[in-house]
Design a protein around this ligand. Structure first.
Ligand code: PA5
Length: 449
């Protein structure tokens, strides 16, 4: 079977082949550091050989729990934020029919809704209203077990589930994915007797999609987690290659770092397939939290083309030349639709008659690449043979491995996120959370100034 492929040819007008080649020994050293676990953040390397260490028994346990939720729920709420929801959402949206939520419900195929990733009263009100007559279940996902957004949503949902479905059924349709021992989510799960899955200590949130954090919701959505893991396993092998030019993760890491050193401070991840919107959101967190520290880091952004060519296209074509693009290109769509001929040809589009819609999309993609390269935007391309579980698994591992290498090339700790705490500390102080008295006093004095 084919694999995903990286093409960096359209960056070589902007960076020299020689400069890129000088990354070879550095990339090799970074890969060794990852393998040996001798670098920064080495207690969070559980993702590195995660795909090949997932057992059949573990997958079966996940699938059995998913089946219980599928049999007993019309709606399943996945409560989580950041790394505790983006991976699941990325895969579920990529693999779902774009209009699934408008289609007639099939028994055993619950609608998946995400919550616990904001603190919007309107969102939560509307969600709890929607759930009023629904047979719903909840997957509560939090590694720390104490994240405010998720805990707040979970308290509301737990109560509503118990009130509507009774304590016994609630116990059956609420599942926890959390730390083995610590945190409120663990305490609640143990006390209430919920089925629970453990997030390994050595896997950080944004690298956790192939743990139960991602795999359970993905399985509940009816998506093939065996294939997802198989794809990731294949990439684990491919991305172990010591030859930078034969290892897409190494080559991507080297190319984007050289582009960064040459002044390209912003990377735009591009899709021409709207189902990949949340994949881009997952990627933004992965790279943003991993690299944006110590006053360094490429700013990760994303666009959905051709939609955003009509909003961001002008900036990308002619704005400040501090950007480069990485296009995730799906080679073959899952469906076939031909453009019809029209006798009157009032819209003048008969030149497209008989063509597949994807042919037009591909020409939009090529035309955009040519225009952007002409406009001074280096272009990388990740080709994905088709949008399925296997290739999504490959994409996930490819980007994770590249992120680890890239962070080490940048000389940051790619596995921590100390900056995320700053807003939390202020929010807790402002809300008078016990234990934050000193911060509260300081912040009140600052606001009075
Ligand atoms: O990548 C990370 O570590 C974060 O984005 C976390 O996943 C996010 O903050 C949620 O944390 P938790 O799973 O502890 O609720």
């Amino acid at each position: 079977m084919e694999n995903i492929r990286l093409n960096i040819e359209k960056t070589l007008d902007f960076i020299s082949k020689e400069k890129l080649a000088s990354y070879e020994p550095k990339v090799k050293a970074c890969m060794e550091t990852l393998e040996k676990g001798t670098g920064l953040g080495n207690d969070f390397l559980g993702w590195l050989h995660l795909p090949s260490s997932i057992t059949k028994e573990h997958l079966n346990d996940l699938k059995a729990t998913a089946q219980t939720l599928r049999e007993n729920c019309d709606v399943v709420i996945v409560a989580g934020i950041g790394g505790s929801y983006l991976g699941a959402r990325a895969v579920i949206e990529a693999m779902s029919n774009s209009f699934a939520w408008l289609q007639e419900k099939k028994a055993g195929q619950p609608t998946i809704i995400f919550a616990g990733h904001n603190i919007s009263e309107d969102y939560l009100f509307e969600l709890t209203e929607f759930l009023k007559d629904k047979k719903f279940g909840v997957i509560n996902i939090s590694k720390s077990g104490t994240t405010t957004e998720t805990a707040l949503a979970f308290r509301l949902l737990k109560k509503q589930c118990e009130d509507q479905r009774g304590k016994e059924m609630a116990r059956k349709v609420i599942v926890a994915v959390t730390d083995a021992k610590k945190g409120a989510a663990r305490t609640t799960a143990d006390k209430e007797g919920y089925k629970s899955f453990i997030i390994p200590d050595n896997v950080g949130g944004r690298f956790s999609v192939l743990t139960p954090v991602g795999l359970l919701p993905i399985a509940v959505a009816g998506i093939d987690i065996d294939q997802l893991v198989a794809g990731a396993c294949e990439m684990e092998k491919v991305c172990a290659n010591e030859n930078m030019y034969e290892n897409p993760a190494a080559l991507y890491a080297a190319t984007r770092n050289e582009l960064y050193q040459s002044g390209k401070k912003i990377e735009i991840l591009v899709n021409f397939q709207p189902k990949l919107h949340y994949f881009m959101e997952w990627w933004k967190q992965l790279y943003g939290e991993s690299e944006g520290k110590d006053l360094k880091g490429i700013y990760p952004s994303s666009v959905d083309f051709s939609t955003d060519l009509h909003s961001m296209g002008q900036w990308i074509q002619q704005g400040e030349r501090s950007i480069f693009e990485t296009v995730v290109s799906v080679e073959t769509p899952s469906h076939e639709l031909h453009f019809p001929s029209d006798e009157e040809n009032l819209d003048g589009l008969n030149f497209l008659a008989g063509k597949r819609i994807d042919e037009v999309n591909k020409m939009a993609e090529l035309g955009t690449q040519l225009a952007h390269v002409d406009g001074g935007v280096p272009n990388l391309r990740v080709s994905v043979p088709s949008l399925n579980e296997y290739y999504l698994g490959q994409l996930i591992y490819f980007f994770e491995k590249a992120c680890g290498i890239s962070g080490y090339l940048l000389e940051v700790n790619p596995f921590n996120q100390p900056g995320v705490e700053a807003y939390k500390k202020n929010m807790f102080a402002l809300l008078n959370k016990p234990g934050y008295e000193k911060e509260s006093e300081a912040i009140q004095a600052r606001l009075k100034k």
